[in-house]
Design a protein around this ligand. Structure first.
Ligand SMILES: Nc1nc2c(ncn2[C@@H]2O[C@H](COP(=O)(O)OP(=O)(O)O)[C@@H](O)[C@H]2O)c(=O)[nH]1
Ligand SMILES: [Mg+2]
Length: 253
């Protein structure tokens, strides 16, 4: 074909692939804009309940910070917000003026004192019940130990409150491919028995597998591929995170 001849587009064949790649690139860019906004301890008012947010919840050490960092393509976003002694805080990350990710406090192992378990439950349940901006919850469970009692509590709340739920089975690299697939199928079966309507996926923050699926789910919930979605202006590299305020709300609630 002569080089100067105009190419005839063939949308049926060429478009879907490039559109999908373009959509993924846009999603990545919008998530990469995430910036730590504030950590809100119990009793302090949350940022205004407007726009849209997606919350992440799971047992301590399940890999929640690592998954958030993978999601937003940043090495230590979730870690910079971690203040020792403030494990009961809700950490808010802005994607743009109207969209946020929220890192809910992790829950402990089976043996945490009852009072501590109740404090955690009170804080998380209140947030889930009252937050109009909440579009969905990502529940992270270790692929080797899914559906602990507190995971079940979370699931029950989400079903009761009709909050869309996406379950991520973390650390899939710790199992063989076959064992991970079996764990995924078993978890899906168990959740179907519960009558929960939700999605379940495997993920490894170590090798990055599954991160695209998580990105797409968050993108759908936050309508990140909406044409109207603004690209947040990025602050200069290296600025912002260390100086982020410890809180960003007005007073007690
Ligand atoms: N092998 C493996 N280790 C992981 C993965 N995700 C997190 N980890 C490790 O698990 C530990 C807890 O991770 P972190 O993200 O801090 O968990 P969080 O307490 O739920 O926020 C750390 O040592 C991580 O390096 C994963 O996908 N694969
Ligand atoms: Mg963490």
């Amino acid at each position: 074909m002569p080089g100067n001849q105009r190419r005839i587009p063939r949308p049926e064949r060429a478009r879907p692939a490039s559109d999908a790649a373009g959509a993924d690139a846009l999603l990545r860019r919008r998530l990469r804009a995430a910036r730590f906004r504030c950590a809100i301890p119990a009793g302090v008012a949350l940022p205004p309940d407007e726009g849209a947010e997606v919350a992440f919840v799971g047992r301590s050490n399940v890999g929640k910070s690592s998954a958030i960092n993978r999601l937003v393509d940043q090495v230590k976003l979730a870690r910079v917000a971690r203040t020792p002694g403030r494990t009961r805080a809700l950490n808010f990350f802005d994607l743009d003026a109207r969209r946020r990710l929220v890192d809910l406090p992790g829950y402990g192992y089976a043996k945490v004192p009852e009072a501590e378990r109740r404090a955690w439950a009170g804080l998380v349940e209140r947030y889930l019940r009252s937050r109009a901006a909440l579009r969905g919850v990502v529940l992270l469970m270790d692929v080797r130990r899914p559906l602990t009692p507190l995971d079940q509590t979370l699931l029950d709340w989400a079903v009761e409150m009709a909050i869309p739920l996406h379950v991520v089975l973390t650390k899939s690299d710790k199992l063989s491919r076959g064992a991970a697939a079996s764990a995924l199928a078993a978890t899906r079966r168990a959740l179907a028995r519960d009558g929960a309507s939700l999605s379940v996926q495997l993920m490894s923050s170590l090798d990055g597998s599954g991160v695209d699926a998580l990105r797409r789910q968050v993108g759908v919930w936050l309508e990140l591929l909406d044409d109207a979605a603004g690209d947040a202006p990025s602050p200069p590299a290296g600025s912002g995170q260390k100086e982020a305020p410890a809180q960003c709300s007005g007073g007690k609630d």
